[in-house]
Design a protein around this ligand. Sequence first.
Ligand code: GLA
Length: 724
Amino acid sequence: MKRLIILAMLLTAMGTYAEKINININIATQNTQLTLQVKDDGRLYQTYLGARLSDHTPLATLDMPRMAGASSIVTHGNEVYPVMGTEDFYEPAFEIRHADGNPTSVLKYVSHTQKGNETIITLRDELYPVTVALHYEVFPDEDIIKQWSEISHQEKGKVYISRYASSMLYFEADRYFLTEFTSEWIREMQMKTQELFFGKKIVDTRLGTRAALFAQPFFEVGLGRPVAEEEGTVLMGTIGWTGNFRFTFEVDHQRQLRVISGINPDASTYLLKKNEVFRTPDFYFTLSQNGAGEGSRRFQRWAIKHQLNKGEDDRMTLLNNWENTYFDFDEKKLTSLFEEAKDLGVDLFLLDDGWFGNKYPRKDDHAGLGDWQATTAKLPNGIPYLVKKANETGIAFGIWIEPEMVNPKSELAEKHPDWILKLPNRDTYYFRNQLVLDLANPRVQDFVYSVVDNLMKENPQLKFMKWDCNSPITNIYSTYEKEHQGNLYIDYVRGLYNVLQRVHANYPDLYMMMCSGGGARSDFEGLKYFTEFWCSDNTDPVSRLYIQWGYSQFIPSKAMCSHVTNWNRQASVKFRLDVDFTCKLGFDIGLADMSEQDKQYCREAIQEYNRLKPIIYSPNLYRLMSPYDGEHCVLQRVNDDRSHALLFAYDIHPRVTDYQLPVCLRGLDAEAQYRVREICLMPGQQSWLDCHDKVYTGDYLMKVGLRVTSGNALVSHIIEIIKE
Ligand code: GLA
């Protein structure tokens, strides 16, 4: 009898086991398919990632090559979440040290669920109580796949995880070309391409707070050929993490490419508590079969609909005072700037740095950060007076804060030295004379939240905040993280999100600009809370063409702040404004020293901008001529029903003798008739474009094209194309 019971139990176990192998899991958008399979070893493998296959394709027949190493080692290869210490000898997705010191895990498939657009696959170690849940969410219409992992355990002692990818993907092509987006202050989002050969290329960052200072959290990989604008297969990926991230691109001995994305685990071996769920950040990707152009349109459409804070809402044009006054202002000067903002016709005035601090007034960047009360000597009637005055003038009011930071010369630093990240027994390293508050500490989170909360309670009419973050974490030590400093970089970012969630929940109408000494914060998790971000302190229009070209690969125009300033006075005000016109338009310039003609141009351009926002903010961007290819830059936006388009053409520094080729438009209705009209002309000027005020078919515009470039330096045209 006993034997029979054991036999029955064995058979049931085998039954469940047999049911679990050869399971295929399909994760698909309209145009992309990712197929995973549980193989006979009970582990989960990627068998396909590419263009969506016909629904009749039997999934069981899909397979990528097996890993063949030394003669005796043949594994199934392409494990979806490979673990350090097992027989895959390349960079793994996961590394763990169990409480007993064992440094491996073998993760076997347990179950999966597919509900609506979400797939959850649960993997478990059979010997240790460790679970990894792989999450996939598809956005079928926008062709975006979002992925993250959740790691947990029920071990008694201390368990450390030292690698914890959000995603690992495999590709097979004869050649791979990586386009990365390098950065530094005033040189954000520079696109550089290289071919990937055997071995690893890592793009990562370890600055903590001003995280994307040197590398932005985006990449593109051309499969088989370098990334082109409208042809070829391109993987485009990005991670939603406002902290240290890492992308690893590894080509193995079989010429397969592995792409691992996640938090940068350097200096972040994480002590994972029993039953705590470690949720990795979200990794988002699209696989375009029609170049980066299509990938960008997908990302922009997806962000507007599903990710960006107030993605489908309007945006406010503004006048900022930073470049105009720096720290040197008072009530009188500011109220006169409200008049200027009104005269220009913008929606909002944004008061920048320098309005706070009393014991240590913020008169330059050496003091005051942390003391978020208006400086009475400068602003005797405080912020409420300014908000009231601005509103009376007919504009909204916004304000700059940098609430994660502190100057040692501040009352906050005197009161709460333990709230500051600072290394014991070492010299303290300052960046812009400031230090970073310890957002891992919930009391500090409360304080940071109170900076927004107090301002909002005092000034319910505040419409906008610019949240800056100028310093990286220079001294990585927290008095709060007593048990394990390794958690700090991660807990910091989670602390930041706690604060932002509270701000978002309590002040859902507040528009907020993410800023980090320019564009060192630009990721999609941040943009869940922020309505826009400051692309760069570099507002030279020529540099901006490159910077904005870079960000436009992923980010909708309404999220990219672009302001008219006095950088590059060789460029006309029209040229400067025309570059900003393609993004979220603002001004950071004094009207006093502008000619009446330039001012009039700005006033009229703002009106045109307001009229054309639906086209400017449309996700349908066609990048027609790249500044990287020569001396021009031409962009086009079209609305969804293809009845209305805008063409933006810029000559940078061409030679007069250069031949000018026509530019072929895209995305129009071939059969329709369109009227072409140059708009935003300087007051009193006529267009000298041949195409001005003529009617063409969509077919003509897309095949023959328009001559909109010239051999003159720093010339720009904005051209409206309307279906007749
Ligand atoms: C950073 C920002 C600027 C400005 C200054 C103020 O550098 O990028 O736009 O707000 O801080 O100190």
